[in-house]
Design a binder for this molecule. Structure first.
Ligand SMILES: C[S@@+](CC[C@H](N)C(=O)[O-])C[C@H]1O[C@@H](n2cnc3c(N)ncnc32)[C@H](O)[C@@H]1O
Length: 241
């Protein structure tokens, strides 16, 4: 992708969603995507290979979580299942928050570490190779927010995120079009975990690239079950169903 062309197109698309980017931010965001596209030739990171689609489906899509992340208390955020760095890396760039990006696949984490170094973000962003259920045992209440995109059903993400969240911390999830049952199960899991749903924002991506829903939950109390449960329990015996 041509960097200058990408920066112009991204700034244009983002402004349609009330998101204004500085030159430095846009350069980092498009620079990240260029690195992802290059690395994708040797390590399978993404199926989206068209430049224009990737600007929207990776960068803009990630930025749709930024305004809710801004509402979290002061402090770092955690990106669960970051893949090639989405949405965590763009969110760190635009919010200025410290971000910890985790994934259970080592080659993806190694790639993301390379991107962080190349973009000069090593003091602000960290990538860790770990299953989220394992990390939860040692980082209780350590984050002001947890974000995730395309990782699991809402109820599973609610359970994954809860141990990490400080009081009033936010879970912000991007979903394509969750059905009523998924939302219902997510809200039931939230009630069990001490989280309260606070917002559901709906967006249409440009050029018919899809519908997005951003779900936000706030940690308001204590879980009624001991968390984290054993690794694998959240997805095999999910709460709220
Ligand atoms: C479909 S990909 C989405 C990647 C990225 N969030 C995005 O939107 O482009 C889901 C990612 O979550 C990771 N993942 C799934 N379960 C996980 C877990 N329990 N702990 C850490 N990472 C996990 C997978 O390895 C994979 O990279």
């Amino acid at each position: 992708m041509d960097l200058e062309e990408g920066i112009e197109k991204l700034a244009d698309a983002a402004s349609g969603y009330g998101i204004s980017l500085t030159r430095d931010q846009a350069e980092k965001l498009v620079g990240h995507l260029c690195l992802v596209e290059e690395k994708n030739k040797v390590v399978n990171l993404t199926r989206i290979v068209d430049d224009r689609d990737a600007l929207i489906l990776h960068i803009l899509d990630s930025l749709l979580l930024a305004s809710r992340l801004d509402e979290a208390p002061e402090g770092a955020f955690l990106d669960i299942g970051t893949g090639a760095g989405y949405p965590g890396l763009p969110l760190a760039v635009v919010t200025g928050r410290r971000g910890v990006l985790v994934d259970s696949v080592g080659k993806k984490v190694n790639a993301v570490r390379g991107f962080i170094d190349e973009l000069g973000l090593a003091e602000q962003v960290e990538a860790r190779h770990v299953r989220v259920e394992e990390l939860a045992k040692v980082q209780k209440g350590a984050y002001a927010a947890v974000v995730a995109r395309a990782v699991a059903q809402v109820n599973v993400l609610v359970e994954y995120a809860t141990p990490f969240l400080c009081k009033d911390g936010l879970l912000v999830i991007a979903k394509a079009r969750p059905d009523e049952d998924e939302i219902l199960a997510g809200n039931k899991a939230a009630a069990i975990c001490g989280l309260r749903p606070v917002a559901l924002d709906e967006y249409e991506l440009p050029e018919g690239l899809g519908h997005r829903e951003v779900l936000t939950y706030r940690r308001v109390g204590s879980p009624k079950v001991k968390l984290p449960r054993k690794t694998g329990m959240a997805s095999h015996q999910p709460l709220g169903v």
